[in-house]
Design a protein around this ligand. Structure first.
Ligand code: HPA
Length: 279
């Protein structure tokens, strides 16, 4: 574990006018980057201009840090993330969330695209992540622990904040959106799952599978952030009638569901900021 480069923090801080302290950060996953374009008064820094920051190689990820406003609440958004399958280390994958934490946020929302393993979950639904399984074979907390970031052995018994999950379900209901709740399993990718693998993941208790998020969640928990995870279920992974899945289909569905997820994000961020239950 290595501290963030001082120039990285200093450059990112230039995005924040004095007195602006966003309480909530968000990581926008596949097909969801457009939401940040709808933020009011956006200020942006391209990842290429953040010293020491990796570059996102995924075409559907724009690669910029954005400060914008929903209502009267400022929010910091990472438009694009880094994945193990791109060749990045666990530490590089987590640099963005660690940067947001050092910029002072208290709450973090992770969004992603995922394949549904639970046969009752529909393609196009949004799943509130209740818990996770890190099946990537990687860990962002190995090596010397930075005590000013968090403890050597962070507790993971309540990783996803119950108050934020409740708020997401309530906000979804208020907007007329049907939200599911379940366990996300994170795998390294980039190959999609075989029927035998999906069978095992279901047996392990997973409801959805994806190639991101779990390492960032561990890093966020380590730093004491309140975590909310939202998955766009872009395809169904049913071991006994497995249909071929392509990235194009996943992106197309994520963009469609992303519209609904966007409405949820816009409504929930001011509520999170105002909520004391997030503590
Ligand atoms: N598997 C892994 N990652 C994914 C999937 C999937 O089926 N869908 C979207 N991301």
């Amino acid at each position: 574990m290595h501290d963030l480069p001082a120039e990285l923090l200093a450059t990112a801080r230039e995005l924040l006018p004095s007195g602006t302290c966003p309480k909530t950060g968000i990581v926008l996953g596949t097909g969801l980057g457009d939401w940040a374009a709808g933020l009011a008064a956006p200020e942006r820094i391209a990842y290429a201009d953040l010293p020491g920051f990796p570059q996102s190689t995924v075409e559907s990820h724009q690669g910029q840090l954005v400060l914008g406003w929903t209502g009267d609440r400022p929010v910091l958004a990472l438009q694009g993330r880094f994945h193990l399958y791109e060749g990045y280390s666990a530490e590089e994958v987590c640099l963005g969330v660690r940067l947001l934490s050092r910029l002072g946020i208290a709450n973090i929302i992770f969004t992603n695209a995922a394949g549904a393993l639970n046969p009752l979950f529909q393609c196009g639904a949004i799943m509130v992540i209740a818990d996770q399984i890190n099946h990537t074979g990687h860990q962002p907390l190995t090596g010397t622990n930075l005590e000013h970031w968090g403890p050597r052995f962070p507790d993971m018994s309540r990783t996803f904040n119950p108050g934020l999950q409740h708020l997401a379900l309530q906000t979804g209901a208020d907007l007329g959106l049907r939200l599911e709740q379940g366990v996300y399993i994170g795998v390294q990718g980039p190959s999609l799952e075989t029927p035998a693998e999906t069978r095992v993941y279901k047996l392990w208790g997973a409801d959805a599978v994806g190639m991101s998020t779990v390492l960032e969640v561990i890093a966020a928990k380590h730093m004491g952030l309140n975590i909310l995870g939202l998955s766009c279920l872009t395809n169904k992974n049913l071991p006994d009638c497995m249909a071929p899945t392509s990235l194009q289909e996943i992106i197309a569905q994520a963009e469609k569901t992303g519209q609904e997820l966007g409405r949820l994000l816009t409504a929930i961020i001011p509520r999170i900021d105002a909520s004391s239950s997030a503590g």
